[in-house]
Design a protein around this ligand. Sequence first.
Ligand SMILES: [Zn+2]
Length: 121
Amino acid sequence: MKVQGSCHCKATRFEAAFAPESVTHCNCSFCAKSGALWAYYDVADVALVSREDERTYRWKTKTVAHNFCGVCGCRTFSETPDFSTGEPNFEKLRISLNARLFDGFDLDAVRVIEIDGKNGW
Ligand SMILES: [Zn+2]
C-alpha cells in the first residue's frame, strides 16, 4: 500500500510504493540534533512529488545529500549511495524518507532499528 508524506508546509511532498516494515533511528551528530526516523527505499519506489524551496546540507564525507524544507525547516529526505557492502556505491542510489512526515502512518506499529552513525562513519 502506498504511503504519502509531506513537510509541515507541504512544499515538499513525496510518495512511497509501500509502507516501511521498520525505520531507523541514527545517533550521528546531525540526526541527534535534528531528529528523524528514516525509511529506506530504492529510487524507483519513491516519487518526489514536490521539491519546492528545497535546501540541501552535506557534511563530513559529503556523500549524502540531506534535504530539508527551506520554508518550514522539516528534514524531508536524504539521497545516499548504497552502503550495503560497506563501501558507497554511487551507481545504486537510495532514498531515505523521514517517516515522521508520513500521513496517517502509525510509527509506533513498526520496529525502530538503532544505527550507530556516531561511530559508524
Ligand atoms: Zn515545508
